[in-house]
Design a protein around this ligand. Structure first.
Ligand SMILES: *[C@@H]1O[C@H](CO)[C@@H](O)[C@H](O)[C@H]1NC(C)=O
Ligand SMILES: *[C@@H]1O[C@H](CO)[C@@H](O)[C@H](O)[C@H]1NC(C)=O
Ligand SMILES: *[C@@H]1O[C@H](CO)[C@@H](O)[C@H](O)[C@H]1NC(C)=O
Length: 437
């Protein structure tokens, strides 16, 4: 009898504690936000001449060479509770593959589903909370994000949406006015400000103070094709990079270029994938040389840029493309060069993933050689990774990595050999020890 009572006495307080939590849950409709009390310690990534670097607590610097990936869909899938697991899983699997950087869209403009910016300066808080979630998940897995701020292409609104907004406001503009019209530049600056000064609703950390952000990217693949447009794009990059730095001097800034050489880079025109590439208003050297641009970005798509070439020709093209940009980073720009999209189709021929692996391995080998010499080829990000059941986000360059063992193994090998290069330095030993906790 006695012992029974004393047992019950211990149970009641516990039950009542549960019921208080349950009542709280009912009162807040299940929307209680449990604050994040502890986060991974990360330091900001910086540059020292042609290298990315991180410093430890005592200021000792170590080099960073990146193996990373693209998943443009993270914010979109974080808006609603029932799809967030995809983001968590992608981050976790990315980290397990030894990757350290993920590039993703921090934009969705217009009146499409889950738009972040519904009209100029008007934001959907629920979508912003999705982006908050992406950043928290990245940090949890020690992944740093490259956040792209607007699209040159139509997907998720892009520059076309900004131009439509200006037209609706009665401004006389064409598509390339995106880069020069004062009204549109004002919209874009307001957007930058809203993002960069955002305070994360889950962690309480301001985006400008968040070390899990690797860099801001001005635009995905800027092109400005109207005649004599090169100075227009150049001026836009200069103005917008300075604007970001005025709000946030802790983070790196890059352009988001495909890497084409412009009309004036005459001795490099043979490196471009075709004559067309020089007349898109961009120039890799000039654009990347802008003072507030901390590192150069380049994409690589042999299958879509020279679709009619055979394997051998594509291989020669890719090899020259990578060497030329790394040399420019090393000797002309004196900045790191990051290959932020590396895509190869596995639909081009029937040899399963052989072609993709071939191009990816060529890229990875060149980055590894650069890392061994501590040169400007600072890393590569595969385009793009999904998890299972996401067909809607696919293109012919997308894959669920672990379902393609040869590609999966390539990625993991690249991560581990880059890591082992620097594991001898004291800082990296410390970082690795930290990684294991
Ligand atoms: C940059 O790297 C050079 C060469 O390794 C080194 O001597 C210098 O101290 C580094 N700069 C800073 C600010 O750490
Ligand atoms: C709009 O601008 C174009 C080119 O600058 C000009 O030719 C046209 O007359 C303008 N239209 C109006 C309605 O002002
Ligand atoms: C192109 O010319 C520049 C300046 O004259 C030179 O530094 C560079 O090495 C040349 N590049 C190639 C690929 O020949």
């Amino acid at each position: 009898m006695e012992s029974q009572w004393s047992h019950k006495n211990r149970v009641y307080p516990i039950l009542s504690c549960f019921s208080v939590i349950f009542l709280l849950y009912l009162n807040f409709g299940g929307n209680i936000k449990i604050p994040i009390l502890w986060q991974q310690h990360l330091s900001f990534v910086g540059t020292n001449s042609t290298r990315f670097v991180v410093s430890d607590d005592v200021g000792e610097e170590s080099s960073v060479y990146v193996n990373g990936w693209n998943s443009y869909w993270l914010m979109e899938e974080s808006v609603w509770e029932n799809s967030r697991f995809r983001v968590s899983k992608m981050m976790k699997r990315g980290a397990q593959m030894g990757m350290t950087v993920c590039r993703t869209w921090a934009f969705n403009d217009g009146n499409g589903p889950n738009a972040l910016q519904i009209s100029p300066g008007l934001f959907d808080e629920k979508v912003f909370q999705g982006l908050d979630f992406v950043i928290v998940e990245a940090r949890k897995n020690r992944i740093r994000l490259i956040l792209s701020l607007v699209n040159n292409l139509e997907a998720f609104g892009g520059k076309g949406q900004y131009v439509r907004w200006a037209k609706e406001a009665g401004v006389n503009v064409t598509i390339d006015s995106f880069f020069s019209d004062p009204t549109i530049k004002g919209y874009y600056k307001n957007y930058i400000k809203a993002i960069v000064t955002r305070k994360n609703s889950l962690s309480g950390v301001k985006y400008s103070e968040e070390p899990a952000i690797f860099a801001w990217e001005l635009m995905n693949e800027p092109r400005c094709a109207s005649s004599s447009s090169a100075p227009v794009l150049q001026a836009w990059i200069t103005e917008m990079a300075a604007f970001i730095k005025s709000l946030d001097d802790k983070h790196l800034v890059t352009v988001g270029l495909e890497g084409f050489y412009g009309l004036k880079a005459i001795n490099r025109s043979s490196v471009n994938p075709g004559e067309w590439a020089a007349s898109l208003g961009s120039d890799f050297i000039q654009n990347s040389a802008v003072e507030n641009i901390d590192f150069a970005s380049v994409h690589a798509y042999p299958d879509s840029w020279i679709p009619d070439a055979d394997m051998g020709e594509k291989a020669i093209y890719l090899s020259n493309w990578v060497d030329s940009h790394v040399n420019d980073g090393e000797y002309v720009l004196k900045k790191p060069v990051l290959f932020t999209e590396v895509g190869s189709s596995f639909l081009v021929n029937k040899q399963e993933s052989y072609d993709r692996d071939f191009f990816l391995k060529m890229m990875y080998d060149k980055i590894y050689e650069s890392a061994k010499k501590k040169e400007a080829g600072a890393g590569a990000l595969i385009w793009q990774l999904l998890i299972e059941g996401m067909g809607g986000y696919g293109d012919r360059f997308s894959l669920v990595a672990w379902n393609h063992p040869s590609t999966y193994n390539l990625i993991i090998e690249q991560s581990s050999r880059l890591r082992s290069l620097f594991s001898k330095s004291k800082t990296n030993r410390k970082l690795e020890q930290f990684d294991r906790c």
